[in-house]
Design a protein around this ligand. Structure first.
Ligand SMILES: NC(=O)c1ccc[n+]([C@@H]2O[C@H](COP(=O)([O-])OP(=O)(O)OC[C@H]3O[C@@H](n4cnc5c(N)ncnc54)[C@H](O)[C@@H]3O)[C@@H](O)[C@H]2O)c1
Length: 250
């Protein structure tokens, strides 16, 4: 895979932490030049400097993916620094717990804005460059909670992650003629800062629901993302790949 991805350019949103950071590391190891986009510039810069210290090309860019003008500026910057965009990984997201009674309209709007509108805006912004180049690969991060019932996640989070699966199928169909593949991964609970507030009891209960009896690591999810982004997955588009230790099988 290394030679096949050498010199490609990849954007990873949420690249400052967790699954996004692990994806940046894996892409850089394949020779991909990586643009780390994150609303938290310090975290993005931290990832980018780790990559450059390892000899890779990387840049960090502060962007709130729910803001169309910030998204356009960030994509323009990547194009002016790296000259092309071959891969987009939509990883940035926010998690919420809650119920139909507890979620306010504001909670609904803010989560949908980051988790669903953000990936759409990112796709919209990179597609013209990918078309010009004759193709590309987009991989978004959905969740097991977008596919089946969830123990803790709020309805806004669940709806956003189910929405990612629909967006993936729609864009895969619309962009296939441009040789742009669009896929997503659906992880179960992953050991990342997003889950730092889970109690040991909650972790144990989550692990008991997984046939492999443990949480995923960020790197295990990144491996699936990089596979889907790579030429190894050249005939896969519109797919949602479970990365869930067997917790939900279809
Ligand atoms: N951790 C899990 O258990 C799990 C399970 C299934 C799916 N996911 C999904 O995987 C993705 C990554 O999760 P993680 O666990 O690595 O989370 P994380 O909290 O470790 O990292 C998320 C990153 O996204 C960034 N971000 C948040 N809002 C943003 C915005 N508006 N614009 C740009 N960047 C923004 C944050 O600053 C952070 O660096 C998310 O979409 C999440 O919903 C996570």
């Amino acid at each position: 895979m290394g030679v096949a991805m050498q010199g490609l350019v990849g954007i990873v949103t949420g690249g400052g932490s967790g699954i996004g950071r692990a994806t940046c590391v894996r892409l850089a190891r394949q020779g991909v030049r990586v643009a780390v986009l994150d609303v938290a510039l310090d975290r993005g810069q931290n990832t980018a400097s780790a990559l450059t210290q390892d000899g890779a090309s990387a840049l960090a860019c502060s962007v709130d993916i729910s803001d169309a003008s910030q998204v356009r500026l960030a994509v323009d910057r990547v194009l002016s620094e790296f000259g092309r965009i071959d891969i987009l990984v939509n990883c940035a997201g926010v998690y919420t717990v809650g119920t139909v009674d507890s979620i306010s309209e504001r909670d609904w709007d803010s989560v949908l804005a980051v988790n669903l509108k953000g990936p759409f805006l990112m796709c919209q912004a990179v597609v013209p460059a990918m078309r010009r180049q004759g193709g590309g690969a987009i991989v978004s991060v959905s969740s097991i909670s977008g596919r089946t019932t969830s123990m803790l996640a709020g309805p806004n989070y669940v709806a956003s992650k189910a929405g990612i699966i629909g967006l993936t199928m729609c864009l895969a169909n619309q962009l296939a003629a441009d040789r742009i593949r669009v896929n997503c991964v659906a992880p179960s609970t992953v050991d990342t800062p997003m889950n730092a507030s889970l109690s040991p009891d909650q972790v144990t209960r989550l692990e008991e629901r997984v046939p492999l009896r443990r949480l995923a690591t960020a790197d295990e999810v990144a491996a699936a993302i990089v596979f889907l982004a790579s030429p190894e997955a050249s005939y896969i588009t519109g797919e949602t790949l479970n990365v869930n230790g067997g917790a939900f099988m279809v």
